[in-house]
Design a protein around this ligand. Structure first.
Ligand code: ATR
Length: 283
């Protein structure tokens, strides 16, 4: 790393944040692109009650770009100067850009999810079941319905699923109705169920998965979640959470640095990070 007095800070914030792939990946990419004198990337665990202070810090320190993860994607919005129109519609921000002191919020999650799905299938007319109704679910609901998919949102707290169905069009259902997913084309886990260290849990019983399904897990730690393992065993096609990470990262990199990040380079660096964590390939 070639840190100088001109190097700008970029960050990922969350609580927890230790699972984030960002620092391990972006600092290597800055180096490979020869911009490690311009940017450095660190993670910071921020308590929800310190979020306003953190944003003041972004302004005071001239932090260039911030990635937001659980649980700050919605709460951070009120502290920013402007919100991109799609992020406003989604109601969640995963990217903050400091444009000469003006803090603007964007959402790149929906771009990542749609790109990951469209590599495998056409979303127009597809029956999509999303499990969960938090920030990730809202972004994916926006993305898939904007491509013409038919949406059903299943959630433990039914009112939150109903709100998403009302906003983006579609049906809301409780987890008691999960056997319905057998008629869906695509099943997407946007709950935190199965996330490490609770990697022996799964949001969906294996008996509801068939070889006609595409099953996509937005969680990428572990790389191969129990849901994806069981979907593979049933002959379904699977999409790892790292695919969404890759395409949202490319969009986020562009908005923060103005540079195009090559997918091949990102896959290579991600593969190295997963290898060093003892996880399997990114394909
Ligand atoms: P994110 O911003 O990543 O979407 P979030 O807003 O915390 O994260 O949302 C987490 C989702 O996982 C929610 O839909 C939550 O259900 P509730 O809305 O009922 O809280 C869901 N979730 C978390 N733990 C769960 C569990 N043990 N069983 C079922 N759903 C769970």
């Amino acid at each position: 790393m070639k840190l100088t007095a001109k190097t700008k800070l970029c960050m990922v914030i969350g609580d927890p944040v230790e699972h984030s792939l960002g620092p391990a990946i972006y600092n290597v990419i800055y180096k490979r692109l020869g911009i490690d004198d311009q940017y450095v990337y660190v993670a910071c665990r921020i308590d929800s009650d310190k979020l306003a202070d953190f944003v003041k810090g972004v302004r005071a320190m001239g932090i260039m770009g911030v990635s937001c993860t659980i649980p700050h994607k919605e709460a951070v919005m009120k502290h920013l100067d402007s919100i991109d129109s799609i992020a406003a519609k989604i109601g969640a921000v995963n990217t903050i850009v400091n444009e000469n002191g003006i803090l603007k919020g964007y959402n790149a999650d929906w771009i990542g999810a749609v790109a990951a799905l469209e590599k495998l299938t056409n979303l127009h007319g597809a029956k999509v079941a999303i499990l969960g109704a938090g920030g990730a679910s809202r972004a994916i609901a926006y993305g898939v319905t904007s491509k013409g998919a038919q949406l059903t949102v299943y959630n433990r707290t039914l009112e939150k699923a109903e709100e998403i169905a009302r906003l983006f069009g579609g049906r809301a259902a409780s987890l008691d109705e999960l056997s319905d997913v057998q008629s869906a084309d695509i099943i997407i886990n946007a709950t935190s169920v199965g996330l490490s260290p609770n990697s022996d849990s799964t949001p969906l019983e294996k008996k509801f998965i068939t070889n006609k399904h595409i099953v996509f897990d937005t969680n990428y730690t572990p790389y191969q979640t129990r849901l994806l393992s069981e979907a593979s065993q049933k002959g379904a096609r699977i999409i790892h959470g790292t695919e969404m990470f890759i395409y949202q990262a490319i969009a986020q990199f562009k908005v923060i640095t103005g540079l195009d990040l090559s997918e091949d380079l990102l896959r290579e660096v991600l593969q190295n990070v997963l290898d060093s964590r003892g996880e399997t390939g990114v394909a």
